[in-house]
Design a binder for this molecule. Structure first.
Ligand code: NYM
Ligand code: MG
Length: 209
């Protein structure tokens, strides 16, 4: 492949239900790749540190009510406001790991009953991840983990619906991993998979190629 492809950073996305271990595992992957000498940035969506993110945080903490479509578009806008920085980082050779991305956007909104195709549209054209690590954990196991139930959406029945939607939107770039195992084994499995990825040209999400 061309030097441009060889030198670009990778976009690695963690997805999964609430409390599936994404934050812990994305942090551990970042540390491992840094140790290998790579440039790595760790992001999360929603990014609650922007003005839009502040509104999203209020919604998730039930201080604010919004129409389902309105909040869906805000989650997407919260990704788009960071895209130029994301592309700059990838092109300059930094690998970006994100804790959630557009797949959460679609899965959580579609689980409310919004049409799947409608849900995808606002995120069409975002940088396509080189890999989506999906941490699979049963909603029942997630519910037993610390902190579950505090935010909007953290109800076992709803999480089951979200899981169904995630399974609708997965594609060949997904690696589904059993998250119900110890932290270190899980990390090793993820790390090995990431190391096996071939470098390819950066594509865009949900565009016909
Ligand atoms: N969420 C997250 C959405 O509903 N749409 C989105 O686009 C994104 C990125 O926000 N329950 C939901 C999923 C989570 C919640 O995320 C907060 P986290 O990673 O649990 O802080
Ligand atoms: Mg959460």
């Amino acid at each position: 492949s061309s030097p441009l492809i060889e030198n670009r950073g990778q976009l690695i996305v963690f997805e999964g239900l609430d409390k599936s271990g994404k934050s812990t595992q994305s942090q551990k992957l970042k540390e491992a790749l840094l140790k290998d000498g790579q440039f790595v940035d760790l992001w999360s969506f929603p990014d609650r540190n922007t003005k839009l993110g502040d509104v999203i945080d209020s919604y998730l903490n039930k201080r604010l009510e919004l129409d389902d479509r309105s909040i869906h578009l805000l989650f997407s806008a919260n990704r788009w406001e960071k895209v130029s920085k994301l592309i700059k980082l990838l092109e300059s050779g930094t690998t970006v790991i994100t804790d959630r991305y557009a797949f959460s956007g679609v899965a959580y909104s579609a689980a409310k009953g919004l049409p799947l195709e409608w849900c995808k549209q606002p995120d069409v054209g975002l940088p396509k991840p080189d890999c989506v690590i999906f941490l699979q954990l049963s909603p029942e196991a997630g519910a037993k983990r610390n902190g579950f139930g505090e935010e909007r959406y953290e109800k076992t029945q709803f999480q089951n619906k979200v899981l169904e939607q995630f399974m609708q939107i997965k594609d060949e770039s997904w690696k589904i991993i059993n998250a119900d195992q110890n932290m270190e084994d899980l990390h090793q499995e993820i790390y090995k998979h990431i190391k096996s990825l071939k470098k390819e040209e950066l594509k865009r999400l949900w565009e016909k190629d």
